[in-house]
Structure formats: structure tokens, C-alpha cells
Design a protein around this ligand. Structure first.
Ligand SMILES: [Zn+2]
Length: 317
């Protein structure tokens, strides 16, 4: 028992405690223009991300940053398999760290990045945002909310936000500060940016990782997977302002929300692989290639008219 307890503490420490700058006073915001440095900051904080992991992905950064002007990292893994001629590869958006205190949801992105980087025949276009809420993650101690104290997963502009979000917060959560939806829909820069990014990237599927409920939630159109690895499907319903509600129900983009079992302890390599294999199997079965939307055909001149010159041309000497 003591051994188990001690081991759990040890693992938690290995995972979490590098904690350099974040605990030595006020965290210094990172200059916005540097994805590599932003990645190293995560690697320095989280023991389950190695500095070498930052070499796997060439991270770019979002055009706008967080409340505290930290960069939001973006990594791309383009498809390398050629789709049928009238099809395009489906686009998959991988998202972690919507809640800053769910360390494992950030770290698992880097394990999946390794797999994507190794895969020489990628069927899909992958975009990875390992941490939407770096201010929360780096707050010391980490917070679920962003630097304005807003739960980003209650701030998305769902249809009923204006009438339901604040009453829900008051009546159902007892004004829990960890679940404050914000003063208005999409009031937060992190949410505004992701809403725009969803429009730009136009994903066919979103996978947004959380912890620690130990289940798989799902919103959106096609039949959901019954499990992702050790996580069994358990649909939680729609919260006002949640990403699943916004993208899954308002935009009709399927949203898989794996809730890992622990926020501070990583799943085993075997569990990570099991989740990934089930995700790929579901994508292959239900998403696959998408119809390529062809550009409108150009209006061509009437070749008969071009071949028969006008009368005045024929009459010219
Ligand atoms: Zn969460």
C-alpha cells in the first residue's frame, strides 16, 4: 500500500515537477513570435515531455496569443498518402490543455506527435494544438481557467449561450469559480482564436483531450466509437459554451472528448497506443477521405465563334 502510494507520488513528481520559472515568482510571458521556445517551456514544466520532443514537431504559433500574451502552439502533420483523384484527405484537429491543470491532456499530444512523425503513410491532415490554455498551465499552481478566471470550455459561442450559460453556472454549479463561463460568449482570446482556427482549418473531426473522468465523450453526427482504448463511451450531454456543444452540435463537426483517468499521471504506453489505434480505426471506418469541393468551372468562350471570324474580319483587305 505504502509502496503503491509512494510510487504514485513518484510518478506524479516525475510527470509534473520540473517547475522552474513558474514557481519562482511571477511567470514571465514568452515572446509571442517563437514556437520552439514555447514548446521548450512546456517541456521544462512537464516531466513527461522531453526537450527532444520539441524537435519532433516544427511548432508554429497562433496569430494572437493568450490573455498574458503567451503563444498558442500549432503543429501540422500533412497527409503523405495520395487520395483518390476526386477526394481529399480528411482533416483532424487534435487539441489539449483547454483546462490548464490537466497536465496529461497536454503531454499525450507529444506521444501522439511521435506516432504521427514516424508514420510514413499518413492518410489524414493532422493539426495539433497541444495546449490551448498555457496561461492556466503555467500559472503556478496550474489553473483550470485562463488568466481571466474563465473556463474556456464554457466560453464557446453555442447557440443558447446568452440565455443559458450564466444561469447554468449559477444554478447547476453554485457559481463554481472553476466553471465560470465568462461575461459573454467567446469573450476570451483563446476561444476567439480557436473559433477562427476551426473556420480556417475546417476540420472533419476534432479530438479534444481532457482529464480525469476516465471516459470517452462524443458530440456530433456520425456513430461514435464505443471506446478509445481503455476509455468507454459515456456521453455527458451538452454544457452551454462547451467545445463539444459548439463544434459538435452547432457546426456538426464530430468532437471526440477523451477524458483521461488522471490529470497528473500519464496513461501507460500501451494505453496510449490502444487509444490511438481505436481512433484510427474509427476514422478509417466513419470519416476516411472527403469529397473534394471542386472550384467552379471557368466560363470558356464559345469555340465556334472563335473559329468563325466575324464578318468584318473577312471583308478586310
Ligand atoms: Zn477538462
Amino acid at each position: 500500500m505504502i509502496l503503491h502510494y509512494g510510487r504514485a507520488i513518484l510518478i506524479a513528481c516525475i510527470l509534473l515537477l520540473h517547475l522552474p520559472a513558474a514557481h519562482s515568482g511571477q511567470a514571465r510571458p514568452i515572446p509571442l513570435a517563437n514556437g520552439a521556445q514555447g514548446c521548450l517551456t512546456l517541456a521544462n514544466l512537464l516531466g513527461s515531455i522531453a526537450v527532444e520532443d520539441c524537435a519532433v514537431v516544427d511548432f508554429g504559433i497562433a496569430g494572437t496569443g493568450t490573455v498574458q500574451h503567451r503563444p498558442i502552439l500549432i503543429g501540422d502533420f500533412p497527409a503523405t498518402r495520395t487520395p483518390p483523384v476526386d477526394k481529399r484527405p480528411a482533416r483532424v484537429l487534435l487539441l489539449g490543455g483547454v483546462h490548464g491543470d490537466e497536465y496529461s491532456a497536454v503531454s499525450i499530444q507529444f506521444r501522439w506527435a511521435e506516432r504521427l512523425a514516424r508514420d510514413s503513410s499518413r492518410r489524414y491532415e493532422w493539426r495539433m494544438i497541444p495546449c490551448l490554455n498555457p496561461d492556466g498551465l503555467l500559472a503556478g499552481p496550474a489553473t483550470r481557467t485562463n488568466a481571466n478566471g474563465v473556463d474556456l470550455n464554457r466560453n464557446f459561442p453555442t447557440l443558447e449561450w446568452a440565455t443559458r450559460a450564466l444561469p447554468y453556472w449559477t444554478e447547476q454549479t453554485g457559481r463554481d469559480p472553476r466553471r465560470y463561463p465568462g461575461p459573454s460568449a467567446a469573450s476570451e482570446p483563446e476561444v476567439q482564436w480557436l473559433v477562427d482556427e476551426i473556420e480556417r482549418f475546417d476540420p472533419d473531426v476534432i479530438v479534444s483531450v481532457h482529464a480525469p473522468l476516465g471516459i470517452l465523450d462524443f458530440d456530433g453526427p456520425p456513430p461514435p466509437p464505443q471506446q478509445l482504448g481503455m476509455l468507454n463511451l459515456d456521453r455527458l450531454g451538452a454544457y452551454p459554451g462547451s467545445l463539444g456543444n459548439y463544434a459538435g452540435r452547432t457546426l456538426a463537426i464530430p468532437v471526440l472528448t477523451p477524458e483521461l483517468q488522471y490529470a497528473g499521471i500519464m496513461p501507460t504506453n500501451q494505453q496510449i497506443a490502444g487509444m490511438w489505434d481505436d481512433l484510427i480505426e474509427w476514422l478509417d471506418e466513419h470519416i476516411g477521405e472527403q469529397d473534394r469541393v471542386l472550384p467552379p468551372r471557368p466560363v470558356l468562350p464559345d469555340w465556334n465563334l472563335l473559329l468563325a471570324p466575324p464578318e468584318n474580319l473577312l471583308l478586310r483587305p
